[in-house]
Design a protein around this ligand. Structure first.
Ligand code: GDP
Ligand code: IMO
Ligand code: MG
Length: 425
């Protein structure tokens, strides 16, 4: 691997509906970075890292954690489920990866608690308003944050948390709207207090540590979760997640604006899990082929991902939102196996060509793609060490994407393994 000159701070963010391969790339880049930080999302994320055939799936821990020299941070923008964090730390420990002494968790993280999970499940059981969430309680927890009644880790440790108030609010909805059993406030408060004590050794001043690291000139990676099209404001609303998935979310989510160089991660096709429009959806045999070859099953919920052709209007929207001119393009090894590949170059709505991507599911449902078609490039060589070794048709595809997206493909990924990654330069 030759990652070139390591920038002082880089953010890697998803440019599609999540699952673009962010975890794989963070792990690869982390070989040259001392610090990796998560700044939003929660354990709804599932980031896969494959090292010499061993697969790790990270949900809350930054994907740099497999690199033992890396210090990992969970910033205050992350919706934190304490039980899920402790479980993840333990699974990694059993797999030989120890976080002790190199994990910093912000005390200002808002907690995801059992009543949030209950509420998420109750809502998802009703057809009206169903989103197809990961059922991790993220939406209800973020609602508490916006309503300014979230319970933060530091409040629990200080004995000042108002957990009962948060549970009482959830119970009104559970009983009143969903006819679901009430959550037990006393049991939840006791459980959270116990879990918080176990997480206490990791609690640290995340922005102060990152500021000091940046001051020493050490390379820092910021790891986005989800993707721009799931962004609460700019995604395909309402079928989105409950946080901002953009690089700009890193400043409020960490408590420090590190002005990162932004790299956007995109698959060579698109995938989506949960509900909502997929304008470039592929059906039938080609879809089955991509799902099978690309192992397109959710890293968090194991749900089958829907697949679609690369969507340039959506990609341009995501690049613009992230002020991003650099793309890491993944899964070229999968897409090229098809004989012909399509790319959506524009949308039409009511006969008019749209100038920009509509962040509204209602409009997206009605958009009709305009296509171009390119030849596939077959199986990639087992080991690709230089960009020029890729088949000409594959490089033509990349060049076409760059032209249409108005951004440079800086990194290409040709397989799930850490090593199957190349810098263009
Ligand atoms: P993330 O959420 O963005 O980290 O992505 P996920 O881990 O949820 O999903 C990406 C999946 O694609 C994982 O199974 C990765 O191991 C795999 N993957 C990543 N890059 C590539 C690639 O270039 N080729 C192939 N075949 N698989 C890849
Ligand atoms: P990573 O970080 C793909 C989707 C869910 C659902 C919507 C809302 O692995 O890319 P939520 O549980 O957040 O309330 O669900 O968002 N979703 C993801 N899809 N990858 C993810 O994360 C996702 N996190 C949430 O499927 O459609
Ligand atoms: Mg994922």
């Amino acid at each position: 691997m030759s990652p070139g000159k390591a920038a002082a701070c880089r953010a890697l963010v998803g440019l599609q509906w999540g699952d673009e391969g962010k975890g794989k790339l963070i792990d690869w880049l982390a070989a040259e970075a001392r610090h990796v930080a998560r700044f939003q999302g929660g354990h709804n994320a599932g980031h896969t890292v494959v090292v010499e055939g061993r697969k790790f799936v990270l949900h809350l821990l930054p994907s740099g954690v497999i690199n033992e020299g890396c210090r990992c941070y969970i910033g205050q923008g992350v919706a934190l489920d304490l039980a899920a964090l402790l479980e993840e730390i333990e699974i990694l420990r059993q797999g030989g990866v120890d976080c002790a002494g190199r994990l910093a968790v912000s005390p200002h993280c808002a907690l995801v608690m059992p009543h949030h999970v209950q509420l998420d499940a109750a809502r998802e059981q009703q057809a009206a308003g169903k989103i197809g969430t990961t059922l991790r309680g993220i939406g209800p927890a973020q609602e508490d944050r916006a309503a300014r009644c979230a319970v933060r880790l530091g409040d629990v440790l200080a004995g000042a948390a108002r957990i009962e108030a948060s549970v009482a609010k959830a119970n009104c909805q559970l009983a009143g709207l969903h006819g679901a059993p009430a959550a037990d406030a006393a049991a939840i408060a006791a459980e959270i207090a116990k879990l918080a004590e176990q997480v206490k050794p990791y609690v640290a001043d995340v922005p102060a540590e990152l500021e000091a690291a940046a001051g020493r000139g050490e390379a820092i990676l910021l790891e986005g979760a989800q993707g721009a099209l799931l962004d609460i404001e700019q995604g395909s609303y309402p079928f989105v997640t409950s946080s901002s998935c953009l690089a700009s979310g890193s400043a409020p989510g960490l408590g420090i604006d590190l002005r990162p160089e932004v790299i956007g991660v995109a698959k060579a096709y698109v995938t989506r899990v949960g509900m909502g429009a997929l304008p470039t959806r592929i059906e039938g045999k080609e879809a089955e082929f991509l799902v099978e070859q690309g192992a397109e099953f959710g890293a968090t919920t194991s749900r089958r991902r829907d697949v679609g052709w690369l969507d340039i209007p959506a990609l341009r929207h995501a690049l613009r939102l992230n002020a991003c001119g650099s793309i890491a393009l993944t899964k070229l090894d999968v897409l090229g196996l098809l004989e012909r590949v399509k790319v959506c170059v524009a949308y039409r709505l009511d006969g008019e060509r749209l100038a920009s991507w509509p962040p509204s599911d209602r409009m997206l449902q009605r958009c009709e793609p305009e296509w171009i078609e390119l030849p596939g490039w077959g199986a990639l060589p087992d080991k690709v060490e230089a960009y020029d070794e890729l088949p000409a048709a594959c490089r033509d595809y990349v060049a076409k994407i760059e032209e249409l997206a108005g951004a440079r493909v800086e990194i290409v990924s040709c397989g799930p393994e850490r090593g199957a990654t190349l810098w263009r330069t």
